[in-house]
Design a protein around this ligand. Sequence first.
Ligand SMILES: [Zn+2]
Length: 248
Amino acid sequence: MRAILTYHSIDPSGSAISVDETTFRGHLDWLADGGPSVVPLGELLEREDDEDAVSLTFDDGFGNFGSTAWPLLRERGLAATLFVVVDHVGRNNDWGGRSEPGIPGLDLLDWDELGRLVEDGLEIGSHTRRHLRLAGLDAGSLEDEVAGAAAEIESRLGRRPPGFAYPYGSLDEGAEMVVAREHEWACSTRLGVLELDSPRFRLPRLDAFYYRRPGRLEAWGTAGFRVRLAARRAGREARVMLAGRGAS
Ligand SMILES: [Zn+2]
């Protein structure tokens, strides 16, 4: 089985974007000690479907990635991709100038810190300029959010971001076309493991939020793991339909 794991913030708040450090350490220890192999995402896509492998992704570029997550990844030799929101680098996560209910206000890494992490082996992906929902966005804004963000990351860090993550998982055909032109692969927020026919620019992921309970991630590869995943996905899709908008 192959899958992409999504983390956001490593902090003790218990919010929907947070995994606490003890749980995170538990995940990494399990991965480093006989769990599925951890590989860069571009490599994961080339692996055989029956291999046990995961890629680790972190959305938004929080400061605690640099202070907490990266040192733990680094000491275990594990690869990761960090998706940064270009216009918010060095600022905070008040996308659109306001905080979201239940989501802690957190500092984001700045360009110098990101540069050091890249030198240290971290892969940077794009998470747009302003963390807007891309579905329905006009062509000019779409260009700026996708191509503009990629160009800025390249000029700041000297490397083109191979990957992209859609804010809130929000996308439509137009957005996907621009993303595919600018990147090698892209992550959605659709819950799922990688399948042979997973679309390269709408890759499913497993949100670590759902694997915070002890033993949940470690059930990897069992029938119970797949059953719980299917139930989560059905529940989430029903909620999204009721809310009439894209998954957050
Ligand atoms: Zn995000």
